[in-house]
Design a protein around this ligand. Sequence first.
Ligand code: GDP
Ligand code: MN
Length: 385
Amino acid sequence: MKLHEYQSKDLLARYGVPVPAGEVTSDFAEARSIAQRIGGQVVVKAQVLMGGRGKAGGVKLFDNPTSVGDFVHDLIGKRLVSVQNPTGMIVDKVLVAQAIDIAKEFYLAVLLDRSLQKVIVMLSAEGGMEIEQVAEEKPDSIVRVPVDPAWGVFDFQLRKAVSDARIPKEAHGQMIDMIKRLVKAYGESDADMIEINPCALTRDGKLVAADAKVSIDDNALFRHKQYAGTTSDSAENPIEAEGIKRGIAYVHLGGDIGIIGNGAGLVMQSLDEVTAAGGRPADFLDVGGGAQAERVKSCVELVLMDRNVKGILLNIFGGITRVDEVAKGVLQAFSELNADIPVVARIEGTAVEEGRRLLQGTKIVPAATVQEAAKKIVELSYAGR
Ligand code: GDP
Ligand code: MN
């Protein structure tokens, strides 16, 4: 679950990470009084869970509280669109914070590196821009250090890291201190990512978190009930948000072939096979064990909310799940939604005869194996192009 910047900064402040003073609000008059209270230059920042708010017009500096009020008045209710998030997100809260007098911007993160199977600290003296862009243009500027939050980090690791990353000498001590606090916060909050971009060095030589993104491992949310209720708006994609509401494990992947399977492994295999057959998977969707027709229908609806979907591959191995229930759900969904796209189903397992009988004579194309199903759905979906 992604936390908003203001939630992330509150969390990090509890661990002694320096963050600028600020308050969150939805009201322009209150924004104005917050700016007055803070005094001096303030920065107003849209609290939407997407990257690139700065370029999207969601971050602005002000010397005067009245202009803060005007800006917030216009910003609330507006949709911000960025390269990272072309659909955009509607602003309903802003953070009004003390502006930082930035001399240099660095990138700092603690995150799970799935290929290394380790938690790593990522550090670069090239902050401010998106890390993906840094990775492309200046890959050598990024330093990665594997750490173990349960053990804590060793000073020698971090001394080498800040020096390798060419962080200016005068900031080394503060940077090492900040990293240690981040690693501690990461472990204790069950985070799977903490990103500070930019981590700012002020003109008077102080290191401050100018932005903060914390994501909490969804499987540990039961230990962090204070964030309950902010979950559904935490998904970047509206269909993922709907999936959270419906309790369906849906991940938007951006292609055009909808994937539905039962069990994460089967779904991942389907993604691989569709990709191998030349298709672009639109999503990852796991219907879960023992799914009833109603739930399967709900899953199909979810996949079809993505207007780019040209066809659906259904890969079900019925153990606890009854295949005939799945077939019923798919048929119901299609009769009610009158979606005119190809569907290929590979179904196997419990009650498979009934399932196949139900699908006979319908437009749902049967396949004996996942490979065959992938090939067929790619052919049918991309036919005539
Ligand atoms: P993002 O674009 O969503 O990552 O939002 P950020 O919070 O990172 O803000 C974008 C950019 O605005 C930063 O890279 C900074 O250059 C600038 N910015 C943000 N806060 C401040 C601030 O307090 N002072 C100054 N001078 N610039 C800021
Ligand atoms: Mn940022």
